[in-house]
Each structure stands twice: as C-alpha cells, then as structure tokens.
Design a protein around this ligand. Structure first.
Ligand code: ADP
Ligand code: MG
Length: 687
C-alpha cells in the first residue's frame, strides 16, 4: 500500500486517492460521493453484534438472525427455464456434530452467486428463517464471506457496521475503507457547526456510529446525526420566526364595527372553533408585532369565514387586505364568495390573476379594500399600496420560501396561512414551526352525515340506478377518475373514456367533463354550469380536489380509489357533505394489496382529517408524507426520526437557545450562518 499522509482532510477528492482503486473511485463517484468527507457520512444502515452469533434455529423466526457457519454444499437449482435458484447449505461453525442444525440459504434469479459462494467458505448470513417443507431456509439473506487476513478484527469479534450497498464495492471492502478513513481523517476537518451548539464532537460520533463499542453507543451516535439535521431545519424555522418579529407590525383590529355587522349578516352562528380562532388572530393583530399564524382545518370547517372576519378587522383599521390562492380557479371562486358575503357590507373587492382583473366596484368609489389573486400577487408589491393583512390559502402547494419572500417585501403585514391539509402534530413543528397555530377542529352544525363505503366490482347498472335516484331528487354527483386520458402503461379507465359512457347511461341528466388539461376558461365554464345546476354529473380527475364548493352535490364515486393518496382522497371527499343532505362517498377498487385496502378502510372509518393524517403517517412514514406536503423535505436523510417527538423538541430547544444567544448569528454562532437557507432574509436591511 502506498504511503498515505497521516492526516487526510474531509475535503480530499476521491479521485486523488492512492488508497482506492480506479474502479472503486468510479463506483463511488457514480454513487454520488466526491470527497472522503462525503464517504464517511455514508452511515451504517444497521449494526451486527458479531461478538457472538445466534444459535442455528430449529424453528422459523420472527426476526432476522445472524449466523456464522460453513458452506457444506452449494448448487444452482433450476425449476423451469425462467426460474432458477442458487442454494447454499450452511452448517453451524462448530461443524459436523451429530444433530446440529443446518440452514439452507436460497437466492432466486441471481446466477452470478455461483461464482462467489462455494462449499468450504466460512460465511456470516443474516435473515429471517422460515420453514420450507420441513427444511429451515432463509431466502435472500445478506451474507459475507470470511477470510483469514490481518483485517479480520474489523469484521468479526465486534459490533460491525452494515452499509447500504454501493454498487461495485463489497460490504467488507467498504468497511475496510471506513475503518481506514477513521484512522486517517483529520478530526478538525469533519467538525460541523452543530458541534458548538451541542457541545459534541462530530468526529467522536462518526467513530461511534461506524465502529461502536455497544449497540447503545451506535444508537446514540446515529441519533446525533438525526439531531444535527433537524437542528438545521429548526434553526431555519426559528430564524424566519425571529426575522419576522424583528419588524415592527401594525396595531390592527381595535375597531370592530365591520366585524359586528358581518356577524349580524350571517345566517348561521360561527362554530366555537371559528370564534376561538378569530380571538387568537385578533390578539395577534392588536399586538404591535407582525402576526404569523397558521389556520389548520379540514375542508368545509369554515376557514374562509375566519379569513373574512380577520380581513374585515384589518379594513376597519383603514388598511387593505389580500387573499392569495394557489390557482386561478380558486382565486375566482374566493372572489365570488367574498362578493356574496362582503359586498352587502359595502366592501370594495378586486380580483387579480394572471389573465383576469375585475372589480366589484367602480374606480370612483375608491380603491379596493380586499384584493384576491393568485400567488403571483406576491411578486407585485405595487398591487397593494397599503397592505396590512394577508391571507395565504396554501392548500399545500405553496411553500416556506415563498412565504419568506412575502415577509421580506418591506411591508410587514399580518400574515394568516390557511391549510386544508391537516398534518400530524409532530410534523407541524417541522413544516410550520415558524408559525403560531390555530385549529378548526369542528364541523359546522348544519351538515348532513357523510357515509363512506368501499366496494369491489359493483355492477355498473347498480351504480347508475343509485346515481339516477339521487339526481331525480335534485342532487348532483361527482364521478372521479385517476387519469385524464387512456394510457398504455396504466390499466385504469380514464375520465375522458368514462365521460362518453356516463353521458349515455345517465340520460336525460346532463353530464360534464372536468380535468386539468382543459384551459382555465373551459374549467371555469364547466364549474359554473355545475354550480348553477345546469349539469348534474361531473366526471372529473383530481382537479376537483381543491376549492370546488357545491353544497347540492352529495355523491362522489371514486374509481380506482387505490391510485389516489390518502390525503388526496380525504380532500376529494371534502367536496361532498357541504350541504344539509346526507352524502355518500363510494370508493371503488379491485386492488388486493393489503396496504391499499388499509388505506381505503381508514377513510371508511373516519372523516376527521387529523385522524387520517396520523394513519397516513403510519402507513407511508414521515419522509413520504412530508415529501408530498413540501418538496424540500423529501431529501431528509433521517426522516424516520420525524416520528420521534422528543428528538424534534430537542432540536427545537437547541435552535431556540442558539438564536436567543446570538440572534443574528454573527457572534458566537457565526459558523451556523451558511446553514440559513433563506439568503434573501440574510441580506435584507433591517428596519
Ligand atoms: P373551508 O374554507 O374551511 O373549506 P368554508 O369557509 O368555505 O370552509 O366553509 C364551507 C361551507 O360551510 C360554506 O358553504 C360556508 O357557507 C359554510 N359555513 C362556514 N361556517 C359555517 C358555520 N359556522 N355554520 C354553518 N355553515 C358554515
Ligand atoms: Mg399586529
């Protein structure tokens, strides 16, 4: 082995390595590593305690076992032309004692194994044991062939790391490389800014996570890396929150004349949850600090009315209020709703989207008090000369960075973010940790019951009869499909195909088609016709997921329901049950997948968005839930720890402590500055 400098830097490029072969360098680079520092951060996916091995089981096992033994027989088995297995029989290391248990390891369709593994090899195998016709077998075990060489002590007789495979590099070799790096790397070159905040040494934790003395030590070290990642997340969250609070806000909401007039004009009482939220918002508005609040609540829980009440409070204080919707359709729909409820109170409302501008009033009457638009409004500060209050209707398609952008506009309005995607409490801290939270956890009282049912292969004639019966009573229906058009790859009926069929089946009722490939204008026309009852059935894709509000529609049939996500199905179902009629959501599926059926059953069992969010979290794991909720979060390396509220809270309090000690990160914690993602807020002059 060539001479290697004793202290390698973590920034040392792999291609300059004299320790790795050219082939290895190519493999590592293909896997996305470029420096020694990158490589050492490839942490073990698990550890094996090879100080002692499990006894060879005579019975199937629930958990994976780790066995050490000798291959006494290995051969390729061929069952048919397309189905082959490689089998190795392994005998307990003690070897050959009468009655010792044998384990058969099987790998299907991996013919290259015959070149790797043969009788006489000493191996370590890891996997779950099952009973196959009286034989104890492990299918597709992880395995490692033992050799007699000087590095043996890295691989047995201790707790060893097992890494996620890197193509082209064997597990043993990878372990050798990591061991080598830990001896040669300069500890100072791997220091992370988190070290100062936590008082821990990253190098020590790297050593402990790769080659721990105990499984507890390995877990503690792994937890550190999760904490490090979450700390950075929370630091950004607390940073945004602090920056928002740096700015002076206005004192709004001291006058309540409009609010009282609004209450008096409503044909219903607000729910307790609505009143509580308005109170929380009002307290924020009256404080001289700018508000930054999240209003969470299921579709139909009455968020829009809370928004209207809050905006009226702002207007009563003499400023403008804006509402930003994620799509043009939604902006237009909000515009109609606001006109309906607030024009009678004399409010001047204007709609501004990319393609349409409209006013509820004439210029002579004065400037708009309420401006409704799409998120593009954010980039046009001139749209509102005197903005005091902003509602962002997020529908989970918005994001932290845009919010930050709004906040750094120079104007510091009070901000209310509305989301109809209830997310589990632990994730709220991560996604919306910079916001205070109000929750609408109560359905308005005048709602009809929503019945959800799961059906496999019902007769089309039964569905047709059911739909017709309700349409004859004057109701309207949604038929939802996962695809717009027919697809070669996916075996599922599309909305377009289904549209023609339903037109015939549902005669004389009028049927319309709505999907995302239609132009904004076409969509709006179609929605208008449905809203006004000109059409009775809407064949649609998930475009109706957000914002469509037709209280008279009380049936939704979702075809190939397994193809939608749980949160999405819940949103879809939120389109019905909005009026006083009893409503029906029928989920159709021919799936036999247990996960798919469990997902659909969750909808049958509950209509509470928070309950469903918890099930979604359990079924999909935090990484995926966050991934769809917000794109940036999908890259989390330690997403599995998101389910650990203790760890999240620990990360948060550490971030709080750091920001309290050094609010601008230009003093004791200046090393953390590069970790602030929102560089815009960094450079912005403070007022
Ligand atoms: P969200 O924005 O949360 O989806 P909305 O504010 O649009 O909900 O309200 C949904 C429907 O419920 C609307 O038709 C609205 O008129 C009605 N609504 C809202 N609050 C109440 C209430 N307190 N009592 C009765 N109906 C209400
Ligand atoms: Mg305020």
């Amino acid at each position: 082995m060539p001479e290697v400098p004793p202290h390698l830097s973590a920034s040392y490029l792999l291609e300059k390595s004299s320790f790795l072969t050219q082939k290895e360098i190519a493999s590592l680079k293909a896997a996305g590593f470029s420096t020694y520092g990158d490589l050492i951060m490839h942490l073990p996916k698990r550890h094996e305690d090879r100080r002692s091995f499990d006894a060879f089981p005579a019975m199937p096992t629930i958990h994976a076992v780790c066995l050490r033994g000798m291959v006494i027989d290995a051969r390729a088995m061929r069952f048919s032309s397309s189905y082959a297995a490689y089998e190795a029989v392994i005998l307990n290391g003690a070897g050959g004692v009468f009655g010792s248990n044998k384990i058969t390891c099987r790998w299907f369709n991996m013919p290259f194994l015959s070149k790797m593994l043969a009788a006489g090899h000493e191996v370590i195998v890891f996997g779950k044991v099952k009973d196959f016709k009286g034989k104890m077998v492990i299918d597709h075990p992880e395995f490692e062939i033992m050799r007699d060489d000087e590095t043996e002590s890295i691989h047995v007789g201790r707790i060893v790391p097992i890494y996620k495979n890197i193509s082209g590099i064997a597990q043993r070799r990878l372990r050798d490389i990591m061991h080598f790096l830990l001896q040669r790397l300069d500890p100072a070159s791997v220091v992370h800014a988190y070290d100062v905040a936590s008082g821990r040494s990253r190098f020590d934790d790297l050593r402990a996570v790769h080659f721990p003395d105990s499984l507890e030590a390995a877990h503690a070290a792994r937890r550190r890396f999760a904490l490090e990642e979450f700390f950075i997340l929370q630091l950004n969250v607390v940073w945004r929150r602090t920056r928002h609070l740096d700015h002076a806000g206005r004192v709004l909401g001291t006058k309540t004349t409009l609010l009282k007039a609004f209450y008096a004009s409503l044909p219903f009482d607000l729910t307790h949850a609505q009143k509580r939220s308005i109170k929380e918002i009002l307290a924020d508005m009256r404080s001289p600090r700018p508000m930054n609040r999240l209003l969470q609540g299921d579709v139909g829980s009455g968020k829009t009315f809370v928004a209207m009440a809050s905006m009226l409070l702002a207007i009563d204080s003499g400023c403008q209020a804006a509402l930003m919707a994620p799509t043009q359709i939604l902006a237009e729909q909000h515009y109609l709703t606001f006109q309906k409820w607030l024009s009678p109170l004399g409010m001047r409302i204007s709609l501004r989207t990319g393609t349409r501008e409209e006013q509820s009033h004439t210029m002579k009457e004065g400037r708009a008090q309420i401006i409704i638009g799409t998120h593009a409004l954010l980039y046009d500060a001139s749209a509102f000369p005197d903005l005091g209050f902003v509602v962002i209707d997020e529908q989970h398609k918005f994001g932290v960075s845009q919010r930050a952008r709004l906040i750094s506009h120079g104007v510091k309005p009070d901000v209310l973010v509305m989301t109809a995607t209830p997310i589990p409490r632990t994730l709220t801290l991560t996604l919306y940790g910079d916001l205070d939270v109000s929750v609408l956890d109560e359905r308005p009282a005048n709602r009809g019951k929503v019945v959800t049912a799961l059906r496999k292969d019902p007769k089309v004639s039964d569905i047709t009869a059911f739909l017709k019966q309700h349409m004859q009573e004057g109701r309207q229906v949604y038929l939802v499909y996962p695809l717009v058009e027919e697809s070669e790859n996916i075996k599922a009926e599309s909305a377009t195909e289904a549209f023609e069929k339903w037109q015939k089946r549902l005669k004389p009722h009028r049927v319309a088609l709505l999907h995302g490939k239609m132009s904004g204008e076409e969509k709006e026309q179609t929605m208008k016709a449905f809203r006004e009852g000109e059409t009775q059935a809407l064949i649609a894709t998930s475009v109706i997921e957000v914002g469509v509000d037709v209280p008279n529609a009380n049936i939704m049939i979702i075809h190939h329901a397994e193809r939608f996500g749980l949160a999405q199905l819940h949103q879809l179902r939120g389109r019905i049950g909005r009026g006083e009629h009893k409503s029906y959501c029928i989920l159709l599926t021919d799936s036999k997948q247990p996960e798919a059926l469990e997902k659909l059953q969750a909808l049958v069992d509950s209509i509470d968005g928070f309950v469903i969010a918890e099930v979604d979290l359990r079924l999909r794991g935090p990484g995926d839930v966050l991934g769809t909720a917000q794109s940036g979060m999908a890259d989390l390396k330690f997403a599995d720890f998101l389910a650990d509220p203790t760890l999240l809270r620990e990360a948060r309090s550490l971030a709080d402590a750091v920001m309290a000690a050094d609010p601008l990160l230009d003093n004791t914690h200046a090393a953390l500055r590069p970790w602030i993602m929102d560089q815009l807020a960094l450079t912005e002059p403070r007022d």
